[in-house]
Design a protein around this ligand. Structure first.
Ligand code: ARG
Length: 619
């Protein structure tokens, strides 16, 4: 990937350095210094990382330690052997200073050549891709995300899959992969039994005519209570209690309505078809507000016609068989419970649909990887489904990387799953509204912001800041842990928040307005940068690490790697801007610093954009 790094070529410094280390390690192994198997190289190369402290150079390799242990030698000696080979590897000298002696127990520290750094940043400044090279071998990646069960209102639990999935899709796409996003809607489940039953027993036609979404939502909530028949819930809701008293058998009848729908009953099918656009309208409104879209929305219903054949095929291959009237795939021997794919009453299950979906996706999209961005509580489901899919032996399945990208729960400030005061799940739309409303109080609080913002501007800014805050708070968490949802924290203007990052962008942009600088001309005229001050150099180097951050996000499906990096970049920029004059500098120094500002603004904006977060000119 552009290892030579001549002017005009996009450089990934870490990738280039890892390539050099690869050569060095291969030669180390070939010379018999340490035995290194081919599979061991890659993990060793991952030990080439940026240094925590610039006084140790820009990158550091720590593999001498594990290698020495293996060879029974001193880490320092192994480091010296590596260093002796590193400088001679192809392309190394174009980008890096000759490595010095090992530091400490055997760290190999490398510094980027100043000229190479200046040239690489100049390239990034004049580049639409901001200096980020696309991957050499693009993959086809399906991202299955959001996937709410419709016919019930979207709630706070849906935010994580939607926001994380969207960010991953955007990042993978920018990296050059062929990304296919698919919203695997739950549009065929038992929740339809509830609204079908509700429709037949307690609908309000006038309310439906006036606001169909609200009426279906009401029916869902009401019937769920009736069917669950929990005394404390019924005590709090007289309408539900009255209905429950009248229909003691409601739970069973609700299931029967779902079963009739699945069996093709004409009335229920017609009602389902009438309800679906209403349900879709509801979620689409939220997606529009979140600026999230999908290439496909093949819900569970799409795969229904394929389920019987899925079960038959698994059975005929001897993978699935009867178990107490039901049919299951026995993955862990005869004694462990099987993965059920057909119930005794003939109904298909969630897993059956997922298996049919894998088959369909593999056949039609030929993906290299499928990411399932779904709550970690479903990890066992996915382990079993992936295992069953592999044993099924679908053509090409062995080359498909099936990955469950799990995530933790959204907690309230009391540390328990986030609920309203009344104990209900928090509706997503109300949550977005509240975020925007609270953002409005923050927006324009500075004098700069207040001046020259009309009402429409303020509303737009509040929407961007409020929605951005909610998304960023989620994305900046390590996805596997639970996190506490706090409006107060997420809307702070300092710290690692969207508002701080958006404000940083607005500040950078402000310089160009203030100085009346023609940014296009600046970019065109940027041939090499002057990085005399360590703060300029540090900023330049950080800017060039954008591609590295994106690569790390992909490796582990962790958007928080990008938020953390953007936050560091903003910090680097502040250090630079607070101590060096930009607009008051002169000649080439001014242009060079302006070019760094220009690139910082664009990289921050692009980074936020890849997280699905908007920016504003003023706030
Ligand atoms: N609808 C499911 C739920 O809300 C999530 C679906 C995730 N995707 C999948 N292919 N199973 O729990």
């Amino acid at each position: 990937m552009n290892g030579a790094g001549g002017p005009g070529t996009r450089v990934n410094l870490r990738a280039a350095l890892r390539r050099s280390f690869r050569h060095a390690l291969e030669s180390l192994a070939a010379d018999g210094v340490v035995a290194i198997g081919p599979d061991e190289i890659e993990p060793l190369l991952e030990q080439v990382r940026e240094t925590a402290d610039a006084k140790f150079g820009d990158y550091s390799g720590t593999m001498a330690m594990p290698l020495a242990k293996k060879a029974g030698r001193k880490p320092r000696d192994v480091a010296i052997e590596i260093i002796g080979r590193l400088a001679a590897t192809p392309g190394y000298a174009d980008l890096f200073e000759p490595p010095g002696d090992p530091v400490g127990p055997g760290f190999i520290n490398v510094r980027v050549k100043d000229e190479a750094l200046a040239a690489a940043v100049a390239t990034a400044v004049s580049d639409e891709r901001l200096g980020v090279a696309a991957v050499e071998a693009p993959l086809t990646v399906v991202v299955d995300f959001s996937s709410p069960n419709v016919a019930k209102p979207m709630h706070v639990g849906h935010i994580r899959s939607t926001v994380i999935g969207d960010a991953l899709a955007r990042i993978l796409r920018f990296r050059g992969h062929a990304v296919i996003t698919d919203n695997h809607l739950g549009d065929w489940g038992t929740q339809f039994g509830m609204i079908l039953w509700g429709w037949k027993h307690c609908r309000d036609d006038a309310a439906f005519a006036a606001d169909p979404t609200a009426e279906l939502g009401r029916l869902y909530r009401l019937v769920r209570k009736v069917a669950d028949a929990k005394p404390e819930e019924l005590a709090a809701d007289p309408a539900a209690a009255a209905l429950a008293a009248k229909h003691p058998d409601a739970a069973r009848e609700v299931l029967a309505e779902t079963a009739k729908l699945h069996e093709g009953d004409a009335e229920n099918r017609a009602l389902w078809e009438a309800f679906m656009p209403v349900c879709r309208g509801e979620i689409d409104r939220i997606y529009a507000r979140l600026h999230v879209s999908f290439d496909h929305t093949l819900g569970e219903s799409f795969f229904q016609p394929m389920l019987a054949a899925t079960v038959d095929d698994l059975a005929s291959k001897g993978l699935a068989r009867e178990s107490r009237g039901a049919i299951g795939v026995f993955l862990r021997g005869d004694d462990a419970p099987p993965l059920l794919i057909r119930k005794a009453d003939g109904a298909f299950l969630y897993a059956t649909t997922d298996l049919a979906t894998i088959r369909w996706r593999v056949e039609h999209w030929k993906p290299d990887r499928i990411l399932y961005v779904v709550d970690h509580r479903q990890s066992e489901h996915f382990e079993q489904v992936f295992e069953a899919a592999r044993r099924w032996g679908l053509a090409g399945i062995d080359d498909v990387d099936l990955v469950h990208v799990g995530f933790g729960t959204v907690l309230g400030e009391d540390g328990r799953p986030f609920k309203t005061r009344a104990g209900d799940t928090v509706g997503l739309e109300a949550l977005l509204d509240e975020g925007v409303e609270r953002a409005a109080a923050v927006v324009g609080s500075g004098d700069e912001g207040r001046a020259g913002m009309n009402d429409a501007d303020r509303r737009h800014v509040a929407e961007t800041v409020g929605i951005g805050a909610i998304k960023y708070a989620d994305l900046s968490q390590n996805r596997t842990t639970d996190y506490v949802f706090s409006f107060d924290k997420m809307l702070q203007l300092t710290g690692n928040t969207a508002a701080y990052m958006q404000y940083a962008v607005a500040r950078v942009e402000g310089i160009f307005t203030k100085g009346g600088v023609d940014r296009e001309a600046l970019r065109r005229g940027c041939s090499g940068l002057r990085l005399a001050d360590p703060k300029e150099r540090a900023l330049a180097l950080e800017l060039l690490r954008f591609g590295e951050a994106l690569e790390d996000v992909e490796n582990d499906s962790r958007p928080n790697v990008l938020t953390a990096w953007l936050y560091d970049l903003a910090g680097c920029y502040s250090t630079f801007y607070d101590s060096l004059s930009v607009l008051k500098a002169e000649g080439p120094e001014r242009d060079s610093r302006l070019a760094l500002c220009d690139l910082t603004g664009r990289v921050l904006r692009k980074g936020l954009n890849l997280l699905g977060i908007g920016t504003v000119e003023r706030m």
